[in-house]
Design a protein around this ligand. Structure first.
Ligand code: MCU
Length: 414
C-alpha cells in the first residue's frame, strides 16, 4: 500500500550555500586505530595520504580498494577494505576516532554505571543509567540507547541509556568542540559529535568488560537511537565491533540515507535534507566534510558503505516512508544497496530494512513489531527467526531503481 503521512519534519531554515574555500582538500591525519577490524600490517593495500578523488555519480563500489583499484574477492580482503572504508569516513566525513585511552575505569552502583577516563593529564567521568529487565535470566542481553530508547524495550533485555549530548553537544553549529570528549582531546579535535559518541560507547563497553557485578552478556549488545541519535547509532555500530546488533531508527540523511540519492531527490523537487544543508545545521560531521558537500560525487564512499562497516554483524534499519525531510527513497535505496555486502558474505538475512509510513517521527508503529522482534530474538536471544526482509510500504520501491545507482556486481567472497 502507498502511504501518505500528514506528519512532516519541519526543515530548519536552509542556510544559503557558500562554495567551499578548498575543494578536494588535502587529507587530515588519520588515527592509526582501525576499530572495525584489525588486519595484519602489510597485508592490506595502503591508502595513500593524498588520494586523488574521482567523480562518480553512482553509489561507489564497496568491493574495490580505493588504495590501488584492486578487487575484493575474499573475506579477508573485505576485512582490509572495511579498515580502508573506516579510514575514508574518518578522513572525509566524521573526523578521527581515537583508540582506547591510557586509563578507563568504572564502577556500578544503584543502577548507575560510572565511567572514568584519563589520558595525557586530562580526566572525565560520565554516568550511564542501567535498567535491568524484570524477566529473563542473567547474564542479560543489553541495548545501549543513544539519548534514550525510542523502540519498545524487549522483554528480558537490559537498557543502558547513554547521554550522548554530555559527551559531545549537538544543539547547533555552536556546539563544535563542546562536551566531555573534547575535555580529554581538546576543543579543536577533528572528531565530529557522532565520532565522539562512538568513542564514548566504546568506553562504556571497556568498563562493562571489567564489571562482573553487572551481569550482562557482552556478546549480545545492541545499539539504537532515533533521528539524529539514529545517525549516531549507525556510526557507533560501524566503529565498534563489540556491538552485535545495530538498530538505527528514522536516521534520515546523514544516517541510513545516501548523500547522492538525497541530492537527486532535492534536485527533483522533494524537500529533503542534503549534505550541503546538514553541515549548516549541526556538528554531526567533521569540519572537513564541509569541503565536500558541494562535490558529493567526489566522495569515495556513500552511506551504503558506512552501513557496510557493520557487516558481518547484524543491522536492522527501522525507517519511516512518510517524511520527505528524512529522504525515504534515499534511505531505502541506500540500505537496499548496503544489503549487497551481506549478500556477498553469504548472510543477507543479517541485515534488514523495515520502512513504514503513517506515523509521527520516532513513534514506533506496532506494525513493525514483528520485524524488530525477529532481529532481537535472533541476535540478542539466539533464537531461529526469519530476518530476511528489505522492504518499504512505499509504492514502486519509492522509485528507487538499482540500475540508476549501481554499476558494479556483487561478488561471492570466499
Ligand atoms: C533526522 O534527524 C534530524 C534531522 O537530520 C534534522 O534536520 C532535524 O532538524 O532533526 C532531526 C531530529 O533529530 O529530530 C529529532
Amino acid at each position: 500500500a502507498t502511504t501518505v503521512s500528514t506528519t512532516t519534519l519541519v526543515p530548519p531554515t536552509i542556510t544559503p550555500t557558500t562554495p567551499p574555500t578548498t575543494t578536494l582538500a588535502p587529507t587530515t591525519t588519520i588515527g592509526t586505530t582501525s576499530p572495525t577490524s584489525a588486519p595484519s600490517p602489510g597485508v592490506c593495500p595502503t591508502l595513500p595520504a593524498n588520494l586523488s578523488l574521482v567523480s562518480n555519480a553512482k553509489l561507489p563500489n564497496p568491493f574495490v580498494f580505493a588504495a590501488d583499484g584492486s578487487a575484493v574477492t575474499t573475506k579477508n580482503q573485505w576485512t582490509c577494505r572495511q579498515a580502508e572504508i573506516s579510514q575514508l569516513f574518518q578522513r572525509y566525513e566524521l573526523g578521527t576516532l581515537p583508540g582506547k585511552p591510557a586509563s578507563v575505569t568504572g564502577s556500578y552502583s544503584g543502577n548507575t554505571l560510572t565511567i572514568n577516563v584519563s589520558d595525557s593529564g586530562k580526566s572525565i567521568s560520565f554516568a550511564v543509567s542501567v535498567a535491568l529487565p524484570s524477566t529473563g535470566t542473567a547474564p542479560f542481553p543489553a541495548i545501549i540507547a543513544i539519548g534514550g530508547m525510542s523502540i519498545p524495550t524487549p522483554a528480558g533485555v537490559a537498557v543502558l541509556t547513554f547521554n550522548n549530548d554530555d559527551m559531545a553537544a549537538q544543539t547547533d553549529t555552536t556546539s563544535r568542540g563542546q562536551g566531555k570528549f573534547y575535555t580529554i582531546y581538546g576543543s579543536g579535535h577533528s572528531a565530529s559529535a557522532m565520532t565522539a559518541w562512538a568513542w564514548g560507547v566504546s568506553r562504556i563497553i571497556d568498563v562493562l568488560e571489567n564489571t562482573p557485578t553487572l551481569k550482562l552478556d557482552l556478546t549480545k549488545l545492541a545499539v539504537t537511537g532515533c533521528s539524529r541519535n539514529g545517525k549516531g547509532a549507525l556510526v557507533v555500530g560501524a566503529f565498534e565491533p563489540r556491538i552485535a546488533l545495530t538498530i538505527p531508527q528514522e536516521s534520515g540523511s546523514g544516517g541510513a540515507g545516501c548523500w547522492r540519492i538525497s541530492d537527486a531527490m532535492l534536485a527533483a523537487g522533494t524537500s529533503t535534507q542534503t549534505a550541503s544543508e546538514i553541515v549548516g545545521e549541526n556538528v554531526w560531521f567533521s569540519t572537513n566534510f564541509a569541503n565536500y558537500v558541494h562535490a558529493v560525487p567526489t566522495l569515495p564512499f556513500d552511506h551504503h558503505m558506512l552501513a557496510a562497516l557493520v557487516a558481518p554483524r547484524a543491522l536492522l534499519i527501522i525507517d519511516n516512508t512518510g517524511i520527505d525531510w528524512l529522504g525515504p527513497e534515499s534511505v531505502f535505496g541506500c540500505m537496499k544497496t548496503a544489503n549487497k555486502v551481506w549478500q556477498a558474505l553469504g548472510i543477507p538475512d543479517h541485515m534488514g530494512v523495515s520502512q513504514v509510513g503513517n506515523h509521527a517521527h520516532c513513534a514506533f508503529p506496532s506494525s513493525e513489531q514483528p520485524d524488530l522482534d525477529a532481529f532481537i530474538n535472533k541476535f540478542l536471544k539466539g533464537q531461529n527467526t526469519n530476518t530476511s526482509f528489505v522492504k518499504t510500504d512505499g509504492a514502486n520501491q519509492l522509485g528507487f531503481v538499482d540500475a540508476n545507482w549501481i554499476d558494479w556486481t556483487v561478488p561471492t567472497l570466499t
